[in-house]
Write a protein that binds this ligand. Structure first.
Ligand SMILES: [Zn+2]
Length: 370
């Protein structure tokens, strides 16, 4: 049994915080602990200690040719202890994906694409024959601890001529499945219209790319919020950022923030392309953008810890409490100026940087950058 003592840390309210981790679990949490351990990390009062960050929209099945990455490069190397792949794979290939991630240090989960092919090509929902209930149910039965949600990409290039039909089928599948799984819906260019999509979605379903700058987004051409958007939020649809190469626009986010229309979860939609070349880079950069918009750290951290843990039923993650998994992110916030770029090339000048320094996954500590 290996133990790790995290000493002289602070929580996001600037209060002292110490942790004792043992055998993959959190065994003690307090402002100050008087313990010994096999390993001690002394943070000298400078660094924040948070529940391990969860990124609920990534693409990390390495054998894909469009959107792929190494789970560890988007995960623990960037302060993210748990990644949830958002539909890269379907029933045809999710078994191989599961096999590949067994050797990774980062916790990896998957939302299964409602198309059995996954995102082999951009148009996975262009052929309704790829939506098969029995193969979907079988895959979920085969990997019940790995598959924690469903994914449907409902935008023009994905659905081709099928309109809203794939989403209606996805909702039918979701209701018929023997396990209760949340459905993440990607929104983008129409058809279908965003209003049609939100009509079909239910409470607990997750709408990713919520702050995109496209015509079929949440804003009218005059910059006001479309009138059905608040109705969707009131119904219980969860707004997820899903930054991505094309799906985060500062103006959309600024208007939403001014109108008290907030996302519940923050995610990257990262893959090797937008990780290496931007505008995503990593989850920390997405946090910097939320800080720039005016969100407090106390509002942002739940978006990458407790909220995704609740949405995807990861009941042992998302909190620093006795008995929870020993997943911890340790990070600094520094007063450096930095230019932030959104998915449409707009820039904003930020005065704060977010720098993860340790990822601790299941009690194993990794110093970031080494
Ligand atoms: Zn995506």
């Amino acid at each position: 049994m290996k133990s790790l003592y995290i000493k002289n840390g602070k929580d996001i309210n600037e209060q002292p915080l110490e942790l004792l981790l043992e055998d993959g679990k959190i065994v003690d949490v307090a402002p100050q602990l008087d313990v010994t351990a096999d390993e001690i990390i002394n943070l000298q009062g400078h660094s924040y200690v948070s529940a391990g960050w969860i990124d609920d929209h990534v693409h990390c099945y390495e054998k894909m040719s469009l959107y792929y990455d190494d789970p560890d490069l988007v995960g623990y190397c960037n302060g993210v202890t748990t990644v949830i792949d958002a539909g890269s794979t379907g029933a045809d290939n999710i078994g191989d994906f599961h096999h590949l991630v067994q050797s990774k240090k980062t916790n990896v989960y998957a939302m299964i694409n409602i198309s059995k092919t996954g995102i082999l090509a951009q148009d996975e929902l262009g052929d309704m024959d790829r939506l098969q209930f029995n193969t979907l149910q079988q895959a979920i039965n085969d990997y019940p601890h790995f598959i924690i949600g469903l994914k449907a990409r409902i935008s023009k290039s994905v659905i081709v001529g099928n309109g809203i039909k794939p989403l209606i089928v996805a909702k039918e599948f979701q209701k018929q499945l023997s396990q209760k799984l949340p459905l993440m819906v990607h929104v983008g260019t129409n058809p279908p219209e965003l209003s049609e999509i939100m009509d079909v979605m239910d409470a607990g379903d997750i709408m990713t790319h919520c702050f995109n700058g496209k015509d079929n987004g949440i804003l009218n051409a005059d910059g006001s919020i479309k009138d059905f958007v608040q109705k969707g939020l009131d119904k219980g649809i969860i707004f997820d950022v899903g930054h991505g190469t094309e799906s985060f626009n500062f103006k959309t986010a600024e208007v939403a923030f001014k109108n008290n229309l907030y996302p519940q979860s923050l995610s990257t939609d990262i893959y090797h392309g937008n990780r290496e070349n931007g505008p995503v880079y990593n989850l920390a950069t997405c946090i910097e953008k939320m800080l720039y918009l005016g969100f407090e750290l106390q509002q942002i951290l739940p978006m990458i810890t407790t909220v995704p843990a609740t949405n995807y039923h990861l009941s042992h993650k998302g909190k620093l409490a006795i008995g929870m998994d020993a997943d911890v992110t340790i990070f600094n916030i520094e007063n450096y100026s930095k230019t932030l770029v959104d998915s449409d090339g707009n820039t904003r000048q930020s005065t704060k940087t977010v720098e993860p320094i340790y990822s601790i996954v299941g009690g194993n500590a990794y110093l970031i950058g080494e």
